[in-house]
Design a protein around this ligand. Structure first.
Ligand code: PMP
Length: 419
């Protein structure tokens, strides 16, 4: 038995399904998962020493690639001073200041340990402030695995073909309404019929049904209807945050949400999440207000210094440069598929992209489901065999880091040419 298989056998003896997050199990693409051992720049190395150019980048977390020297040095220095104190630290303020350079409307910020936690807390805050209970989300958007949001969620769950999760109380699920993405009419119609909405949460550039940008007019409708009906608008920018551009989708679209969720990149590869909004809104949160929220490892020094080391090196110029190189790489990719006569819709915003095996552009979750998933499975395995690692699901986003250069792009294009 090869070492990969042995690792998989062992993992399944001790971990549920051999993994700690379902999409890693390769259930939707088949075959055994690959066990990675280390990363460097644009590449991952598995436990047999095989090298892969990585377009998953820990699901978008690594803007500067794997084992980025400056980030590692910041973590090393901090680790020597202590990893967690459970007290106030200046590191938290320092990261908040960096975030506000890109997201000035997050006047006050609260850090958490994951995106899920940040979303869950932001929704509690919205419900506490608005004093209503209903939550609206959109098909194909994923906002983590809090009970109220596992109602027809996309991402891993869609991949597993199960729209809901068992264990979510029906009474709670009933408080969540799920509307089609990019459908303004459905939103207007909904608000005409339904009262009691605390908040609407949306990925302004969706990454969890593959990359699907919102239409400007759709986000404008959300802003207008929430305002009109006394509900809060929450932009979940856990993926789009520093990917679609400096300042996130809210800057690109010129729309100010009431609350913003961030994660991934802002922790430089260590566990983190954050939510924020205007000072007056955020002051409803404990210890100032009556909406309770807390966390032992929230704002822990390692995540804070790692995040600061990344964000202090990110600017409009950085994100713009990443967009440009992603665009030119994808243009070449498109012409290869065209020559091969394979219908694809390659969709990208900034440094995030998805190759949909679809004859038409993907505008919503239904379109994404209609893409050719068997073609994706074949593509995935062929890429991985040839040393290019992409996310193991047709409903995910591929990412480019600053460490991806001409050599990596050329090798990737050569692999696609030979498929
Ligand atoms: N929101 C979005 C848009 C996400 O993509 C994710 C995770 N991929 C989350 C929230 C949840 O974040 P976490 O996995 O850190 O809990």
């Amino acid at each position: 038995m090869t070492r990969v298989n042995r690792a998989w056998e062992e993992a399944q003896k001790h971990l549920v399904g051999g993994v700690n997050s379902p999409v890693r199990s390769f259930k939707s693409v088949g075959g055994d998962p690959i066990f990675m051992e280390r990363g460097a720049g644009a590449c991952l190395y598995d436990n047999q020493g095989k090298r892969y150019i990585d377009y998953c980048l820990s699901w978008g977390a690594l803007l500067f690639g794997h084992a980025d020297k400056t980030t590692i040095e910041a973590i090393r220095k901090q680790a020597a001073k202590g990893t967690t104190f459970g007290t106030a630290t200046e590191y938290e303020t320092a990261l908040a200041v960096e975030i506000k350079k890109a997201f000035p409307d997050m006047e006050k910020i609260r850090f958490t340990s994951s995106g899920t936690e940040a979303v869950m807390s932001a929704i509690r805050l919205a419900r506490g402030v608005v004093r209503k209970d209903r939550l609206v989300k959109f098909e194909g958007c994923y906002h983590g695995h809090a009970d109220s949001l596992l109602v027809k969620a996309g991402s891993g769950l869609a991949t597993l073909g199960s729209p809901d999760s068992e264990g979510v109380p029906a009474d709670l699920a009933r408080l969540t309404s799920v509307l089609p993405y990019n459908d303004s009419e459905a939103v207007v119609h909904f608000f005409k019929k339904i009262r009691g909405v605390a908040c609407v949460i949306v990925e302004p550039v969706a990454g969890n049904m593959g990359v699907v940008p919102a239409r400007k007019e759709f986000l404008d409708t959300l802003r207008r209807e929430t305002k009109k009906n006394g509900a809060l608008l929450i932009f979940d920018e856990v993926i789009s945050g520093f990917r679609v551009g400096f300042g996130g989708a809210q800057h690109v679209y010129g729309i100010k949400p009431d609350l913003t969720i961030l994660g991934k990149i802002i922790g430089g590869g260590l566990p983190v999440g954050a939510f924020g909004g205007s000072s007056s809104l955020m002051s409803a949160l404990s210890p100032l207000g009556k909406v309770y929220q807390a966390g032992t490892l929230s704002g822990n020094p390692l995540s804070m210094v790692a995040g600061k080391s990344v964000l202090s090196r990110v600017s409009k110029a950085t994100t713009e440069e990443m967009r440009k190189k992603t665009d030119s790489f994808l243009n070449e990719m498109r012409s290869i598929f065209k020559k091969k006569n394979v219908p694809v819709s390659i969709q990208s915003v900034g440094s995030m992209f998805t190759i949909f095996f679809s004859r038409k552009p993907v505008r919503n979750f239904q379109d994404s489901l209609e893409s050719d998933q068997n073609a994706f499975k074949r593509f995935f395995h062929a890429m991985v065999r040839s040393g290019v690692y992409i996310p193991p699901s047709a409903f995910e986003t591929y990412f480019v880091s600053s460490a991806h250069g001409a050599a990596e792009f050329q090798k990737t294009l050569n692999v696609v040419k030979k498929l």
